[in-house]
Design a protein around this ligand. Structure first.
Ligand code: THU
Length: 131
């Protein structure tokens, strides 16, 4: 199996999800081949929860790795872990030409999408320009 998915599976074990009991793991790959991992981190104030994908992407960017090419996502129920809308928006900002891999351990299959396929007509920097 692709190393990025195996890395996401490992990262999922660090999930802090006492409220949902739903674990998510993510691993993002930079252009230079470095990987950054993330897991979901929940909070008693529910909206303060952070998704695994955003943890992985923000770790990479905060370490100076801004060229993100691919992200793998897995979750504990064994189904395909499709990213939430907020994570799609952040992917569209930080890796607009990137690829998203979702793995189902139930089906033992990987599906691959472009970020732009998962969030068509995204709101981006062009929308902020004076017209
Ligand atoms: N979650 C993620 O980590 N990524 C997503 O894209 C969807 C949702 C987490 C947040 C929360 O801890 C749990 O899954 C249930 O929503």
């Amino acid at each position: 199996m692709e190393e990025l998915i195996l890395t996401a599976i490992k990262a999922m074990s660090n999930a802090y999800s006492p409220y949902s009991n739903f674990k998510v793991g993510a691993a993002v790959l930079t252009e230079c081949g470095k990987m950054f991992t993330g897991c979901n981190i929940e909070n008693a104030s529910y909206p303060a929860t952070i998704c695994a994908e955003r943890v992985a992407m923000t770790k990479a960017v905060s370490e100076g790795y801004t060229n993100l090419v691919k992200i793998a996502i897995v979750c504990s129920n064994g189904d395909y872990a499709y990213p939430c809308g907020v994570c799609r928006q952040v992917m569209s900002e930080l890796m607009p030409d990137g690829e998203v891999l979702v793995y189902s351990s139930n089906e033992n299959k990987v599906k691959q999408y472009k970020v732009s396929e998962l969030l068509p007509y995204a709101f981006d920097k062009n929308n902020l320009e004076e017209k």
